[in-house]
Design a binder for this molecule. Structure first.
Ligand code: PLP
Length: 273
């Protein structure tokens, strides 16, 4: 008799830098369908409804032509890491009036005005200075912004985000910013082929959310957990992700090393050799 022992979901980080380029609407449809199927399978493993997981395609570094193909394949929100790059793309694609933008990378206060102008969502809030700058600019624009508080769950000094034990006090300060609609928490896991260590980052974010929920101030919702990318989104879903940010598995590998986005990151290079 063959006993079917479920294998533990592994990372796909060995694919890093090797994902094939999407060059047509068909390629994008195919990649999106593949990712959605994997999302559904991960949900099924843990008894979740796939409707509770939002796929955010990440288009950073990719040219406008690629983004237009992704839009034609059905993408209606795109994630970008750098505010200036995102702003430039938004300006160039104003004709696509149903396309919305999520900024998922670190923000300096002097770029808050860009984000306030065009973004629907900002996933990397990690300081009151940035909250203040965004609030001021959003008030001027007469706009609101969905925000996620970024938490450093890997303990790496190179990663942005609040330390887990700083988040409770930070949340208490956020109701003062009426233009910021707090939706939940975001994290980047350790970039490692050691599945268990990656999973622990996701577990940490989920358990932190459960703890914080009880004392969260009125109006601060912690329903969302944004965690997981091309190499680890299936593990993130098993641990409760409601948003997965997937770039390379949809668009293809990026030409630039990850140190360009995540200063100090060196571990990614190990997978790119
Ligand atoms: C680039 C990026 C992603 C997506 O990474 P992929 O490996 O392309 O899936 C997710 N989150 C953040 C914050 C990013 O900068």
């Amino acid at each position: 008799m063959i006993i079917d022992i479920p294998l533990e979901t592994a990372t796909r980080h060995e694919q890093h830098g090797r994902w094939p380029q999407a060059a047509s609407v068909e390629d994008f449809r195919h990649n999106l369908a593949t990712v959605q199927a994997r999302i559904a399978a991960a949900c099924q493993r843990v008894g979740r409804d796939p409707a509770g997981v939002r796929l955010l395609p990440v288009s950073k570094t990719k040219p406008e032509a690629s983004l237009r193909l992704a839009h034609a394949a059905g993408c209606r929100m795109l994630g970008e890491n750098k505010p200036q790059e995102a702003y430039r793309k938004w300006q160039a694609m104003q004709d696509l009036d149903d396309l919305r933008w999520s900024v998922i990378g670190h923000l300096q206060t002097n770029k808050a005005k860009l984000v306030a102008r065009f973004a629907t969502e900002f996933q990397a809030l990690d300081s009151l200075r940035v909250a203040e700058a965004l609030e001021r600019r959003l008030q001027m624009e007469g706009r609101g912004l969905d925000v996620f508080v970024q938490v450093n769950t890997s303990g790496e000094a190179s990663k942005y985000g609040l330390a887990p034990d700083e988040v409770a006090a930070f949340l208490q300060a956020l109701p003062a910013f009426s233009a910021l609609r707090v939706r939940g928490l975001m994290t980047l896991a350790l970039f490692s082929a050691e599945t268990e260590r990656v999973r622990q980052c996701f577990v940490l974010l989920r358990t932190l959310r459960e703890r914080l929920r009880q004392d969260a101030p009125a109006g601060i919702s912690l329903d969302e957990l944004s965690m997981g990318m091309s190499g680890d989104y299936e593990i993130a879903i098993e641990e409760g992700a409601t948003v997965v940010r997937v770039g390379q598995a949809i668009f293809g590998a990026r030409p630039m090393p990850d140190s360009y986005y995540w200063p100090g990151e060196s571990s990614a290079q190990a997978f790119e050799a």
